[in-house]
Unconditional design. Structure first.
Lengths: 261, 356
């Protein structure tokens, strides 16, 4: 289990997180959603120790701030929102950097497998900076996957923290990447992802954390969180939730908000 | 070098430049060996290295003059050239990795400006010191070394807040401190007499001419200590190319690595500048050329920079001794004169790589 308890974060003079407590379970994909500026990314950055915070984050019962960096790197990998690379690295070299965390050895064929997993087989020799934004995002995902390739480390779950993993991807790759994250969770790992797309979230998330204004508005199963009143309240527009014909997954269309407005 | 840039990858998997990097490292080592021997064999005196070596190998005595020229003039000079060339090039590569910018330079930690100010102080004000404090020829290097370290520590202090060093603040504060050191140097230059101005100019151009075993023994431990951190830094600098946060997530102790990088650069470059004056260009050009040839992986880039930097400096020193023999040109003129046009040519051929 991953527990964040009563997190407070102040950026400059602004209280960005005002006492946020969230839990995420290994074997599940937990999505953090909410409007712009609601504190989703800040929450993820606090949980991944990127910014100072008040409160407590534990992973498997251990305070995450007290785990040595090298051990932490073996237990969890973090996908950033956008990445600029300083020097002309090839795609293979970037993905190989994921092995720096050290459990899989520098010579393994893992980087190639990771690239295939994100649909980038054959891209090994390309220069990172020559790729499109969506391709770069998938290279970074491959690097992150190579860092925590097996979802379980001697029975202990590993974690993926993803900050908007599908934000610049086309619809086909959105589905592929979400499925990859879901598979990681199904195999025993934990996934915590900041998401924008409510429909993809409803399709893949086991658990949803809805944030607004630095606080948690709702958390629970997609059926619990994705409902008209909660969403309309969070996003401050009239949203209507429907059910896909052949399943239980809810989906949201914005058309309703336009008719009302 | 350039033919390596164009050569096909040697059956390595696509995107994997490790095999090529190993090949380049072997070539650079061979190049360094050839240049070192040439340096020992070249000089104004006409002493033949080979005759002396054959004589020594047969157990015969060589003339005292030849012995002095080979072992007390050329060999310490070669050693100093190897150390300083490697120190400047490796430090350049480390700074570029740390600042995540191919234009960063060892001078960014303030060591150049501070050392310059120290040297100028010693040259201009040294004569006024009481006789008991007079350190002779050791004064200028000592003052330069102290100046370099003091500036680096100030800069490090200014840019570190709450246990975290900001490289952006360091860059900007370095410009401010550099300007201040430049202004103070200007005041001293204004005060200097003609002989002192001449000394200043020569110090500014850099030279290996004054190398003695004494100086080599002073500089070697400091430079060696700086270079010895390179293997530890290589992985960390690779991770840092992804950004500081991503490097941390890979388990790299980013803050510790920054401190080590800054202090080892100050140590190696401080000792180099103190002994040989300001020799520009090596720290930027060598890492850049190597990145074009073998890519930016610091595990290979750092040792390759050491080898090529040493070769470049010793090679330039050979030219500086031969071109106007028996006089000598300051080595900084040679490195800039070979390096400048060559670098421009490389840049024009590889424009696409500049889009960083």
């Amino acid at each position: 289990m991953l527990h964040a308890t009563d997190l407070h974060v102040k950026l400059g003079q602004v209280d960005v997180l005002k006492g946020v407590s969230v839990s995420a379970r290994a074997t599940e994909l937990t999505a953090i959603v909410g409007p712009n500026g609601s504190g989703k990314t800040t929450l993820l950055r606090a949980i991944t120790q990127e910014i100072p915070y008040q409160g407590r984050v534990t992973m498997g019962g251990e305070d995450i701030a007290k785990i040595p960096p090298a051990d932490l790197a073996n237990l969890r990998a973090v996908l950033p929102q956008a990445s600029r690379i300083a020097f002309p690295f090839t795609v293979l070299e970037i993905v190989r950097l994921g092995l720096l965390a050290g459990r899989y050895g520098a010579q393994s064929s893992l980087p190639k497998q990771a690239l295939a997993r994100v649909g980038l087989q054959g891209f090994e020799g390309r220069y990172y900076q020559d790729l499109s934004g969506g391709e770069q995002q998938r290279v970074q995902l491959a690097r992150v996957l190579a860092q925590v390739w097996e979802p379980l480390d001697q029975g202990r779950p590993r974690w993926l923290f993803l900050d908007e993993p599908v934000s610049s991807l086309d619809i086909g790759h959105q589905l592929k990447v979400m499925q990859t994250a879901k598979d990681f969770a199904t195999a025993g790992g934990g996934v915590l992802a900041v998401m924008h797309d409510l429909n993809l979230t409803a399709m893949y998330a086991d658990r949803i954390v809805l944030m607004a204004d630095g606080q948690i508005l709702a958390q629970g199963s997609p059926q619990d969180v994705i409902c008209d009143d909660t969403l309309s309240d969070a996003y401050r527009c009239a949203l209507k939730v429907n059910l896909a014909p052949e399943g239980k997954a809810p989906f949201v269309l914005p058309h309703h908000a336009r008719r009302v407005a | 070098m350039t033919s390596l840039v164009d050569s096909p990858q040697m059956q390595a998997p696509a995107g994997d430049r490790q095999a090529r990097a190993r090949g380049v490292l072997a070539l650079l080592a061979a190049l360094l060996a050839v240049i070192s021997v040439t340096s020992l064999a070249t000089g104004a005196s006409g002493t033949s290295l080979w005759q002396a070596l054959f004589a020594l190998a047969r157990g015969e005595a060589i003339s005292l003059r030849d012995h002095v020229i080979l072992f007390d003039i050329r060999l310490p000079r070669l050693t100093m050239g190897l150390l300083v060339g490697a120190a400047l090039a490796v430090s350049g590569a480390v700074m570029q990795g740390l600042f995540r910018n191919p234009l960063a330079d060892p001078g960014l930690v303030g060591v150049g400006a501070g050392a310059g100010l120290g040297a100028i102080c010693a040259i201009v004000l040294g004569a006024a010191l009481p006789a008991g404090l007079w350190l002779g020829t050791g004064l200028v290097p000592l003052a330069a070394f102290i100046g370099g370290w003091v500036t680096t520590l100030m800069l490090y202090h200014v840019s570190t807040k709450g246990g975290r060093t900001s490289v952006a603040v360091m860059l900007l504060a370095g410009i401010a401190l550099g300007a201040l050191a430049g202004a103070l140097s200007g005041v001293l230059v204004y005060m200097a007499d003609d002989q002192q101005l001449r000394d200043l100019t020569f110090w500014g151009l850099g030279s290996l001419a004054g190398a003695t075993w004494g100086k080599v023994l002073l500089a070697a431990p400091l430079i060696a200590a700086g270079l010895a951190t390179a293997p530890f830094l290589a992985h960390a600098l690779n991770g840092l190319a992804l950004g500081e946060a991503a490097a941390k997530h890979l388990g790299i102790p980013v803050q510790r690595m920054k401190s080590i990088a800054i202090l080892s650069v100050a140590s190696a470059v401080g000792a180099s500048v103190a002994m040989t004056g300001a020799i520009g260009f090596v720290g930027i050009v060598v890492p850049h050329l190597l990145r074009l040839a073998i890519g930016p992986d610091h595990r290979f880039l750092l040792p390759a920079a050491g080898l090529l930097g040493a070769s470049l400096l010793v090679g330039a020193d050979i030219i500086s001794r031969v071109i106007v023999a028996p006089a000598e040109l300051p080595i900084g003129i040679i490195t800039a004169m070979i390096g400048g046009p060559f670098f421009l040519w490389i840049l024009l051929r590889n424009r696409s790589m500049l889009d960083l």
